[in-house]
Write a protein of this length. Structure first.
Length: 157
């Protein structure tokens, strides 16, 4: 299963949908109970505050049971060098003991310690095939990581 959180430009969703199209894996999005509103910069500023305070937003319930999956592709945009607070909350609320997680991050040129933080937030899981996808550094949706590189990684899953 592919489980992702995407905000602002929808870049993480775009990659999740590409994996789904190529592999046919089930697809599920993480959604906050209260959607983020405001300009892109306002959301960025709020995101920085949330990351610095280790904030975990309330999430909408998932429409799937994670217990039926042994392997999860967990995808997050990078917020201030780590995973988005919604993904931190998701990983904190579930047990991943005995599960395989494929961590994927999207970023604008500063990947930070996102993948290591995801590993720390899911004790008991094993991790493989971590991948980072870079978009432009202006907060836009221009893909920097090559499409062939992304497809090659997807086909190795």
């Amino acid at each position: 299963m592919i489980i992702y959180y995407s905000q602002a430009r929808g870049n993480t969703r775009r990659i999740a949908e590409l994996i789904h199209a190529e592999k046919g894996y089930d697809l599920c999005s993480i959604e906050t109970a209260e959607p983020y509103t405001g300009t892109y910069q306002e959301i960025v500023d709020l995101g920085q505050e949330e990351v610095e305070n280790h904030y975990k937003p309330v999430l909408k319930p998932l429409d799937v049971s994670l217990e039926q999956y042994d392997r999860l592709i967990v995808m997050t945009p990078t917020w201030w060098y780590t995973m988005a607070p919604a993904v931190l909350c998701f990983l904190s609320e579930h047990s991943f003991v005995g599960k395989m997680i494929v961590p994927v991050q999207t970023h604008g040129g500063w990947p930070g310690h996102t993948i290591n933080d995801m590993k720390a937030a899911a004790p008991g899981a094993t991790f493989q095939n971590a991948f980072a996808v870079q978009f432009d550094s202006t907060g836009g949706d221009e893909l920097v990581t090559g499409g062939a590189e992304i497809l090659n990684w997807i086909h190795q899953l």
